[in-house]
Design a protein around this ligand. Structure first.
Ligand SMILES: C[S@@+](CC[C@H](N)C(=O)[O-])C[C@H]1O[C@@H](n2cnc3c(N)ncnc32)[C@H](O)[C@@H]1O
Length: 240
């Protein structure tokens, strides 16, 4: 299935086109991530995993796990008695995640599923994380509510997402609106996917609004921290 270019440029794609797009770019996803963030994405995910505040034996869920990098960071913070699950709609992305986990000898379960309709019981986890995922959901509020539902009261939710910095707007626009789609079209061989990326960021709520929506989804004590001058933002809170 190809991506409709007009939809991609509006930053809104139907769920089946989102899945098909990630299936298509899966083999080049990690390479493009490293190139577009100049390798900073690893440290951002490490900070997200630390904020999940896991204790020995805890169970953690990483939603929209993709090629599994954040799930693997979480696995490094639990003991053998704990369990990390990574969930994604794209079987191709999950295939890369499983390869990485088995190469590292990490026991992470990767499962196909939809973040807006999680196949888990209420309070099944001690923490839930999501990196660069909620922006892609057909309903942000439904996704946040589902993530809150499956975490026990007092457990953490951590959201890492691309944001628009307040300073250096001119440089940012050049990099994100021009260079990212150009890199996507050449390195990623998928111009539509990397036109969708800046468009989906433009229509995503600002950090204060996202914090409010997290609060409205059942979280308390919600905080956020801009990273790398505000090109990404970390939000976290505890399920009430
Ligand atoms: C930009 S990637 C982020 C992957 C990974 N979390 C990371 O940090 O690199 C977004 C991921 O969200 C997944 N995704 C999109 N919509 C989803 C949904 N409704 N439920 C679960 N996963 C979804 C995509 O398949 C893709 O793997």
């Amino acid at each position: 299935m190809s991506t409709d270019l007009a939809d991609a440029r509006s930053g809104e794609l139907p769920p089946d086109q989102v899945r098909a797009m990630f299936d298509r770019i899966a083999p080049r996803y990690d390479l493009l991530n490293r190139a577009m963030t100049m390798g900073l994405d690893r440290s951002w995910r490490r900070q997200a995993a630390a904020l999940a505040d896991l204790a020995a034996g805890d169970r953690a869920l990483d939603v929209c796990t993709g090629t599994g990098d954040l799930a693997l960071e979480l696995a490094a913070r639990t003991t053998a008695k704990g369990q990390v699950v990574g969930l994604d709609v794209s079987p191709e992305m999950l295939e890369r995640a499983r390869e990485k986990a088995s190469a590292r000898g990490d026991d992470v379960r990767f499962e196909v599923g939809d973040a807006t309709d999680l196949p888990y019981a209420d309070d099944a986890f001690d923490a839930v994380t999501v990196a660069f995922g909620v922006r892609n959901l057909a309903s942000l509020d439904r996704g946040l509510a589902e993530m809150a539902r499956v975490v026990r009261p007092g457990g953490r939710m951590v959201v890492l997402e691309i944001s628009t910095p307040r300073r250096l707007q001119h440089f940012y626009r050049l990099w994100f609106d021009r260079l990212v789609p150009a890199l996507g079209a050449t390195l990623g061989r998928d111009g539509a996917a990397y036109s969708y990326l800046p468009a989906s960021v433009r229509r995503f709520p600002d950090p204060a609004t996202l914090a409010e929506r997290m609060h409205d989804s059942g979280l308390g004590d919600v905080h956020w921290r801009p990273l790398a001058g505000g090109i990404v933002t970390l939000h976290w809170g505890r399920v009430r």
